[in-house]
Design a protein around this ligand. Structure first.
Ligand code: SF4
Length: 242
């Protein structure tokens, strides 16, 4: 297939995938929770119309950088309908992406605020807000086909930034690690321990970079600082531009 046609077909497929995602009701517990939260709301957002559906991925379909988060927040993405939008984690993430040149503005407030990602696509291990931010194993399994399809369709992928241990483990489980060449006596590639800034080579040649999740638990305690997050996205940019 000529390159332009192939590119257009990947963009169309990613858009179809997002439409499919928004209509998904594979996880009964999450369907009930996302709708309950949307109906009950919290006082500070009482006047908002909550999204209350699966939160689709967001970004540039020709991205070379993929950011993988865990799940939408109950009053963040589940309210605004855009991933990492409407909560403090998102404030940290989009500011860092803007500083690194992957976003045209440092804020993400709602779906029509003009934000555009450049060369970056954001997804999550699961696309519905889970109670207590803790998805069940079967819910991760249910949502896995979306992530598999996205990785297949992002044909220019060079770097994956995993936000948090769960996203890091899920990415390795999904893509696998690059194995040493045959004839080389080295043992099979071993999964690295999760640590902020650690890297691994994924099957197919892209690089995985681990980052602490920009959750309030990490940012309020100083476990993750803005310079630490900047180092991750500066490194991602360096690889992308390689
Ligand atoms: S978490 Fe994923 S698989 Fe489960 S209902 Fe939401 S979109 Fe569907």
């Amino acid at each position: 297939m000529p390159q332009t046609k192939q590119r257009n077909s990947s963009v169309d497929s990613l858009m179809r995938l997002q439409t499919e995602m928004i209509a998904c009701s594979r996880c009964p517990r999450l369907v009930a929770w996302r709708e309950q939260v949307a109906a009950e709301k919290v006082r500070r957002f009482a006047g908002d119309d909550y999204w209350g559906k699966p939160v689709p991925s967001f970004g540039d379909p020709r991205a070379r950088l993929l950011v993988v988060g865990l799940a939408p927040a109950a009053h963040g993405g589940n309210r605004t309908g855009r991933i990492f939008t409407g909560d403090r984690s998102g404030d940290w993430l989009y500011r860092a992406l803007h500083r690194a040149g992957f976003a045209n503005q440092p804020t993400s407030v709602h779906r029509r605020d003009g934000l555009k990602l450049r060369d970056c696509y954001i997804t999550a291990v699961i696309h519905c807000a889970p109670p207590g931010n803790k998805p069940l194993r079967e819910e991760i399994e249910n949502c896995r086909p979306f992530l598999i399809s996205e990785i297949e369709l992002l044909s220019r992928l060079r770097v994956v930034v995993a936000l948090g241990r769960l996203a890091f483990d899920a990415t390795i489980a999904l893509i696998g690690l690059e194995q040493p060449a045959r004839g080389n006596n080295a043992a099979r590639a071993r999964k690295p321990n999760f640590a902020h800034g650690c890297e691994a080579q994924l099957r197919g040649g892209s690089t995985l970079i681990a980052s602490f999740h920009p959750s309030q638990q990490n940012t309020f305690t100083g476990k993750l600082t803005e310079p630490m997050l900047d180092r991750v996205f500066d490194r991602a940019r360096e690889i992308v531009r390689g």
